[in-house]
Design a protein around this ligand. Sequence first.
Ligand SMILES: Cc1ncc(C[n+]2csc(CCO)c2C)c(N)n1
Length: 199
Amino acid sequence: MNELQCGTSPIVGFRFSLHPMTDRFVEVIKGAMKETDTSAVWMHTDDVSTVIRGKQAHVFNVAKAITLHAAKTGVHVALNGTFSVGCPGDSAGDVYLDMPDELLNQDETKQYVSSQFALYPMNNPDYMSVIYREVDRAKERGVFNESMHYASGIHGDIHDVFDFYEEAFENARSDAHRHLVMTVSMSINSPSHEGSVKR
Ligand SMILES: Cc1ncc(C[n+]2csc(CCO)c2C)c(N)n1
């Protein structure tokens, strides 16, 4: 296969970093990963970030679970990450596409999150209408917070926010334009949320 060719694999990837605002950052990061069932995704952690790859549903399920575990410590946590699909590069982890669909992390604990996201529908000349459509979806779902340069503000309960992100990521790509990148930046348990309406 031509390694430079994009758009042949349905594998979804998420590369992210957690930044807990505490001296106890090591146990918050490592604890969140350990308490999450990551067996349905390929995962690798280094000194800067962690990458998970696999079926879309599992990648979003694991991303949310790790974030929720970190949030439940009560510590102010920042998460930054990039979702990508349609550019397999290497095929390590493709075996995870055979995993059963059953989601392995089911914690329903409520948790307010404030976030910003940006969609990059690669090689799609009509990318702005894709972006507007997904921002409209956020408004319909009740998770839209505000417009801003280079991103859109999304907030609410972590389950509603991650549901929206997965739906937007699913809908912002097509057979004609399979390569999609989405960046997400989240702030949780921040003292700056004080006074925010939806908590
Ligand atoms: C999700 C995530 N993965 C890796 C790092 C990088 N990192 C920074 S401190 C630390 C623990 C001590 O090794 C690690 C792994 C991160 N911040 N967030």
